[in-house]
Design a protein around this ligand. Sequence first.
Ligand SMILES: [Zn+2]
Length: 287
Amino acid sequence: MKTLSMCVPPADAAARKAVKPTICYPTATLPRPDLPSYLALRENLRPVEALTVQPREAATWEIPAGHFCRIICTQGPQVGDLNLFNAHQLDERLYTGKTRALNGTHVGLGDQLFSNFPYLRPIATITHDSLDWYGFDEFGGAVHDVIGTRCDPYTHNLLSHGDQYHHCCHSNLTRALADKTGLPLRQAEAHVHDVLNVFMCTGFTKDTGQYFMKASPVRPGDYLEFFAEIDLLACMSACPGGDCSAEHSSDSAACYPMKVEVHAPQSLPEGWAPPAWNGYDRSHGRG
Ligand SMILES: [Zn+2]
C-alpha cells in the first residue's frame, strides 16, 4: 500500500506505465499432468479414510501417492488452512510462493501444487473443485488462494497491541503437527508453512493492492479434491475466521467442522510415477 508519493513523475511516465505486462512464468513448457487419465480414475474410487477437522482446531492425515483426497464442506461455510508435507521428510513441503507464480493467485482444476527448494516438483494435482463456477468476481475475488500466509498469533499480537490468541491457524497447525510427529511445540512450529486457503475467497483491492477477504461462497456438499503425486502428510486448520467474511484471530465468527476423505483408485494412471526431485544440479555456478 503506497499512500504517499513524494517524487515528481518523469516526462515519459505515461509511456513507461503503458508498457504491456509479460507473464513471468509462461507455462507452455511446464510438464503437465495427464488430467483426463486422473479424472477417469474418479469413476471408481474406494474410501479408505475419513476424519473431521473440528472448528478452531487442526488435524493431520496421510495420503499415499496415487490416492485422492477430498476436503468437504459439511455444516456451513468454513475456510481450511492446508499444509502439505512429504510424508517421509518434513523439510519438503508445499511452496505457495512458486505455486502462485506458476498457477496464479488461486488454484483450481488441473493446477499442481509445488514443493519448496531444492525439491521443486509437483506434489499434488487438483482433480475436482465444485466451486470452479465462481471464477473471479467483480472485486477480483476468487477461491482457494495461495496468497495468504495463515492467520497467526504474532501478527494478531502486533495489530491488537498485545492480545494473546491461541487458536489462529498457525497455532492449530503447530499443535496438530506436534501431536502427529512427537516433536516439541517449537520444533513443530518451524515446519508450519504458508497455506493453501481452501474455500477462502480473497483478492487484492484495485486501489491500494491490499489483500482482502469476503464471505466464502462454499456451501455444504462442496469439495476440493486433489491427487497425491507423492506420499503426503496433510495438516489442516478449520480457521477461526469461519467463512472469513469479517475477522479471524478471535472466537467471534461462526465456525463449522470440515470433513476429509481419502480415496484409493482401482489402478494408477497409465505411465504415472511420483515426480522426481528437481533436476537442477545445485552447483550454483561453483564447479
Ligand atoms: Zn486462519
